[in-house]
Design a protein around this ligand. Structure first.
Ligand code: HEC
Ligand code: HEC
Length: 337
């Protein structure tokens, strides 16, 4: 019996050491996550000064309440219906996005010095849009696609933000779960600091109905690509072919349903708009939201000019067709688990 007891003792000793090593690894990981989650990033300096030119401000206002849909996100969830109707609601933030990584709230972007961005410099506002780096150096989650926007449009947006009356509204801080902090510590990098496959930033952009302008809107302003391409909801990484849809988003105001973005490439079999004419496309956008739970900012988009809608339509016709059937547009969230 003796040898057996000895080996048992040895076994327990080994087990103890394994336990200590595992515990140290776990502690090391926790320390790494909690020290790295708030890491800061450097970004190139931006030389910008808000303009008081009325045509510049008008362009910014049009973008913010139309194609760039700032007004769709930077208002509380219960004001979205009013935004859909075309009311201009102060962008005092508070809209909640419930994600697998935690709860993210849109900040107050009015000029209030304490609770909004009134104390930020023009360059700091431009930097968060161009590089995804906040004034405190933290990376922004990739909700906004404006990294490659033309200099003239960046100036227009910053100039318009400067005209917004201050509204005092202290927005709740983001609440990240453990997975969210792991993503922040190890995975997340400001989107605008990535350099691969980036286009040359244009000094000015002239709105017209060309496919080039349509491409600019779809990718860098209206974020059609950001929702109509499959992505990992934890990191925002793109995982599917561009514009082929399949991205699953929680239903607006109703987490029991999940919305699946349709394929908007011109694929004859699986593309939702393969048989739409330009007139039908414009009519569809003018009609606005038809599905209450849709996260698509139909309201702001319904106010885009005919010229911009034509540009979008013409560009989408040139996208590489992808044969990808994403199934129904709305599914029960419980069925996905
Ligand atoms: C799809 C929703 C969405 C749209 C559209 C959007 N934003 Fe944001 N914005 C967010 C979220 C969410 C954050 C915070 C992200 C985070 O905390 O990592 C944010 C952060 C910001 C910040 C940083 C403010 C701070 O206090 O940290 C500014 C400035 C900003 N947005 C301006 C704009 C402007 C200007 C537009 C339109 C040109 C716009 N946003 C469009 C969702 C959006
Ligand atoms: C916030 C995510 C989001 C953005 C941004 C977005 N979409 Fe969508 N889109 C959806 C979802 C989800 C649906 C399905 C629900 C619906 O029809 O509203 C949809 C539906 C559509 C449809 C089908 C509508 C129908 O009636 O069959 C078209 C066409 C479309 N989107 C084009 C676009 C274009 C063009 C852009 C950019 C200007 C865009 N989307 C931006 C999420 C988005």
């Amino acid at each position: 019996m003796k040898p057996k007891t000895l080996s048992m003792k040895k076994f327990i000793r080994v087990l103890k050491w394994v336990g200590i090593v595992v515990a140290l690894l776990v502690i090391g990981l926790l320390v790494a996550v909690y020290t790295l989650k708030d890491r800061t990033f450097e970004s190139p300096a931006i030389d910008i000064k808000a303009s008081t030119d009325s045509s510049v401000i008008a362009r910014g206002k049009y973008l913010a309440n139309g194609p760039a849909h700032c007004a769709h996100c930077h208002v509380p969830n219960d004001k979205m219906a009013m935004v859909d109707e075309g009311q201009i609601i102060p962008m005092s933030g508070g809209r909640l996005f419930e994600l697998p990584i935690g709860n993210i709230y849109t900040p107050n972007i009015t000029s209030d010095k304490e609770t909004g961005i009134g104390a930020w410099s023009d360059a700091e506002i431009a930097r968060v849009l161009r590089y995804g780096v906040k004034n405190n150096g933290h990376a922004l989650f990739p909700f906004m696609p404006f990294y490659d926007i033309a200099e003239s449009d960046l100036l227009a947006i910053v100039s318009y933000l400067r005209t917004l009356a201050p509204v005092k509204n202290k927005v709740q801080d983001n609440e990240f779960n453990f997975m969210g902090n792991v993503v922040r510590a190890f995975i997340m990098k400001p989107e605008g600091l990535k350099t691969e496959n980036r286009p040359k930033i244009l000094a000015t952009i002239n709105p017209d109905s060309s496919t080039e302008y349509g491409s600019y809107l779809a990718k860098y302003v209206a974020n059609c690509v950001g929702c109509h391409t499959d992505r990992d909801l934890k990191t925002g990484e793109f995982t599917g072919p561009a514009f082929a849809g399949g991205f699953k988003l929680p239903g607006e105001g109703n987490p029991d349903v999940t919305m699946v973005s349709p394929n908007i490439t011109p694929d004859a079999e699986t593309g939702v708009m393969h048989s739409w004419s330009e007139e039908m496309f414009i009519k569809r956008f003018r009609a606005g939201r038809t599905i209450k739970e849709s996260p698509m900012p139909w309201g702001p988009f319904s106010r885009m000019s005919d010229m911009e809608l034509k540009a979008l339509y013409r560009f989408l016709q040139t996208v590489k067709p992808v044969n990808q059937n994403n199934g129904p547009t709305m599914v029960k969230t419980a069925d996905l688990k």
